[in-house]
Design a protein around this ligand. Structure first.
Ligand SMILES: *Cc1c(COP(=O)(O)O)cnc(C)c1O
Length: 404
């Protein structure tokens, strides 16, 4: 433990980063090399990431939100187009569609124990204006890619994967992010691997990759690094591109984090298996989604569903009183003011049910099995309080105490 470690008010936080001497050495090496952006380290990080996913191209970007924006631009989304997205996701999934001028059309999730986009509900929302579907692999668990890709193919739609929760996860031996036309990854601080802020785009498509590369860097036809190496002296600008590049410092951290990812994900899966074993016994009234998942998940989140009528704020407050941080993944995007004002009043019954009842428990590689046990027993106590069971139990305890 270093003296610089940040203090947290939580005995068990929701998530935690694993950064050590290797990341420090990697950053220091970049600082000493004095080439800070679009250089060899970023290229190596991209090559490493392409190898992980099996994708032909991997392009490092500033964050996953930028990745999703570039994906939409590269696929030509614009005003009048519709893109089907889940509502049970981080808001960036839908916001990125809006950046292109296209309209996000929200579709429901599959079931109360599978929070990924429902292919059947997505099918019901296809119109002549639909261009694409964005699939989110919620919590690190693969969505039903077979059904979603078949649907997309029938209607000539692109599939973009939001893989923010699922780097390193596979389905039928193929990496998530390599199923759709484009995969968008996040390296934000609370994700399975982090560079602070950061992201990656993967694709097998030559033309899409070329467009992504242009748009990532101002729409310029040659890059700083090529000019530095004397490969080019000038450049043209062929589109009003962006500066969505990742820097060498973050790429250096990313390379180390990527090496740690397989073992970190294995640990997440083992801890999640312990949750799945202990929760139903300790708190039978709690819903435990993803008792089964497709393929090999990344173990990003451990959600539970409170019973109908339970007081979620009370549950989370009781967990907090026991030093345990919890969260909500997610408040449904279609219910936010902005999206309501856009006229998205469509009811999404399963999404709304989960949005009202879900609580996310701590899950990260540094958690110990004993920590999981204490989260589970705290959850059982918190649930008793949140469902009023505690009030009925207390007099029993007191009356038996009176006979002692
Ligand atoms: C975190 C997250 C994003 C945004 O990632 P950033 O790298 O922070 O831009 C997008 N989608 C989902 C599902 C996320 O969890």
């Amino acid at each position: 433990m270093t003296t610089e470690q940040a203090t947290t008010p939580w005995r068990i936080p929701l998530a935690d980063v694993d950064l050590g001497a290797e990341e420090e050495a990697a950053v220091l090496a970049v600082l000493r090399r004095r080439w800070l952006s679009m250089g060899e380290v970023t290229a190596a990080f991209e090559a490493d990431f392409a190898a992980l996913t099996g994708a032909r191209y991997a392009l490092a970007v500033t964050n996953c939100t930028a990745a999703l924006h570039l994906a939409g631009l590269a696929l030509g989304w614009g005003p009048g187009d519709e893109v089907i997205v889940p509502s049970l996701t981080f808001v960036a999934t839908a916001n990125a569609v809006r950046y292109t001028g296209a309209t996000p059309v929200f579709a429901d999730i599959t079931a109360l124990d599978d929070f990924s986009l429902s292919a059947a509900d997505a099918a019901a929302r296809i119109t002549p204006r639909t261009r694409a579907i964005i699939v989110v692999h919620y919590g690190g668990h693969a969505a039903d890619m077979g059904a979603l890709l078949a649907l997309a193919e029938r209607h000539g739609l692109d599939v973009v994967e939001d893989v923010a929760h699922a780097p390193g996860a596979t389905l039928d031996g193929r990496a998530l992010g390599a199923w759709g036309r484009i995969g968008c990854f996040s390296f934000f601080a609370n994700k399975n691997m982090t560079t602070g802020e950061g992201g990656m785009i993967t694709t097998d498509d030559d033309d899409v990759a070329a467009r992504l590369r242009l748009l990532r860097s101002h729409g310029m036809t040659s890059l700083t690094w090529d000019r530095h190496r004397g490969h080019a002296f000038s450049y043209d600008v062929v589109a009003p591109g962006y500066n969505y590049r990742l820097d060498e410092l973050r790429a250096a951290i990313g390379r180390v984090q990527l090496q740690k990812l397989p073992e970190a994900n294995r640990r997440r899966r083992a801890l999640d298996a312990l949750y799945r074993e202990l929760l139903p016994a300790a708190a039978p009234a709690l819903g435990v989604p993803y008792q089964q998942s497709r393929g090999i998940p990344a173990g990003h989140l451990r959600p539970v569903l409170l019973p109908v009528g339970a007081d979620r704020a009370r549950f989370m407050g009781e967990m907090k009183a026991r030093g345990i941080q919890t969260s909500i993944h997610y408040p449904p995007v279609h219910r936010f003011s902005y999206y309501r004002e856009q006229g998205n009043a469509t009811p999404l019954p399963l999404t709304e049910a989960v949005g009202a009842r879900v609580v996310t428990l701590p899950l990260y590689p540094g958690l110990s099995p004993a920590d999981v046990e204490s989260v589970v027993s705290a959850a059982a106590e918190a649930l008793a309080a949140a469902t009023g069971m505690e009030m009925e139990m207390r007099p029993l305890v007191e009356s038996s105490a009176a006979y002692d």
